[in-house]
Design a protein around this ligand. Structure first.
Ligand SMILES: Cc1ncc(COP(=O)(O)O)c(C=O)c1O
Length: 387
């Protein structure tokens, strides 16, 4: 583009997504009336629980529809502080907590509050695409730390430490992880915490999927290096609240204050109604636990079916311990994952996400946040493609 509306260097630096072509093709097929099953969505297929909806309706009816404090209503920050203590063993006082518009904004604010141009940030790969993009927007440099399907995508702390340089400033962790579903066990987290302590690094840990863990133990790394850790979480995945846009962070008060300052000059408070809804999710523990247990049991059953189904078709798929994604090796369909995803879409009418943007060559991601009926049909269709 030239002339008056020349785009900024920042805007131009955003990497075009390699998956856009597949997504556009899926939309185009749908428009033509083709019945495409989507295995590409990153959100629960369950509805938001009723007690949460009721709290939001009550908030609207009682006029809780105005600006709130930038960092969130005090009741919610207290509930988050209590949640961190109760469920994670972490001690973040209410003024060491901030409420954001989704987990994404908490991460964005954290990176902008902490990173300078040229700083290096270690990110285990395959990774959620927004980490390197957000880090690069600050002018810092994302550095991938590879993990492999053979090890179930477990991070090797020695591989991590081998990439530390004098410019390294931060480690980003995401366990349970998107896209791999890997859950890092306590001994790995302990070793990563020791790396952070040895080299004076900040740990930003994204625990959005903490409740969706099947056979593993979910532990917060903040337990092992509290003085190094900023913990990010939110309502989206745990309580099927993606559209409500509530995330939060707990960390050192100075960092939280800087995140609040950034937010005060950009979006201000997260939606007041959504804050009251999240307060109900965190406070009405009995109803919330019943919902989370129901969702977890359903995801586990679906995970078991899709993992055994894909492996049975000859597409090697490790069993993930958490989240609601699997990574399948699609090299039997085509060595290039973009071409494999295109064939799965065109010939099997199933939308999947190629691993290209996640640093996962030869693999595609399937989300099993969908019905068992869809999963069976997807396996049948992909089976037809291979057969
Ligand atoms: C690992 C991870 N972190 C954060 C988010 C963002 O969550 P939110 O929708 O609350 O912004 C996502 C959403 O896909 C995610 O997968």
């Amino acid at each position: 583009m030239s002339g008056l509306f020349l785009l900024s260097e920042r805007a131009l630096s955003l990497k075009p997504s390699a998956t856009v072509a597949v997504t556009s093709r899926a939309l185009e097929l749908r428009r033509q009336g083709v019945d495409v099953i989507s295995m590409s969505v990153g959100e629960p297929d369950f509805d938001t629980p009723d007690h949460v909806k009721a709290a939001a309706i009550a908030a609207i009816e009682s006029g809780k529809t105005k600006y709130t404090a930038v960092n969130g209503i005090p009741e919610l920050r207290e509930a988050i502080s209590a949640k961190f203590a109760r469920e994670n063993g972490l001690s973040y006082a209410p003024d060491a907590v901030t409420v954001t518009s989704g987990g994404k904004q908490a991460l964005f604010n954290a990176f902008f509050a902490l990173l300078n141009p040229g700083d290096e940030v270690l990110i285990p790969a395959p990774y959620w695409v927004s980490y390197p993009e957000m880090v690069a927007l600050t002018g810092a440099v994302p550095v991938a730390v590879p993990t492999s399907p053979e090890s179930g995508f477990l991070l090797d702390p020695d591989e991590l430490e081998a990439r530390v340089t004098p410019r390294t400033r931060m480690i980003v962790l995401n366990s349970p992880g998107n896209p791999t579903g890997a859950v890092f066990p306590p001994e790995v987290l302990r070793a990563v915490a020791a790396v952070a302590q040895r080299h004076d690094l900040v740990i930003v840990t994204d625990e959005m999927y903490e409740h969706l863990v099947y056979d593993a133990e979910q532990v917060s790394i903040g337990l092992y290096a509290p003085e190094h850790t900023l913990t990010i979480n939110g309502a989206s995945k745990a309580y099927a609240m993606t559209g409500w846009r509530i995330g939060y962070a707990g960390g050192p008060k100075g960092v939280i204050a800087a995140m609040n300052a950034l937010q005060s000059q950009s979006t201000s408070n997260a939606s007041s109604v959504s804050q009251y809804a999240t307060l109900a999710a965190l406070s009405d523990q009995a109803h919330t636990a019943a919902f989370v247990d129901m969702a977890r049991a359903a995801y586990r059953e679906r995970r078991d079916r899709i993992v055994s189904g894909l492996n049975g078709l000859g597409l090697r798929t490790p069993t993930p311990q958490g989240a609601f994604y699997v990574m399948a090796d699609t090299t039997p369909i085509h060595p290039d994952e973009l071409e494999a995803a295109r064939r799965i879409l065109d010939d099997a009418r199933v939308a999947v996400v190629p691993g290209t943007d996640f640093a996962a060559p030869g693999q595609v991601r399937l989300s099993y946040a969908t019905s068992m009926t869809n999963i069976e049909e997807v396996l049948r269709r992909i089976g037809g493609l291979l057969g």
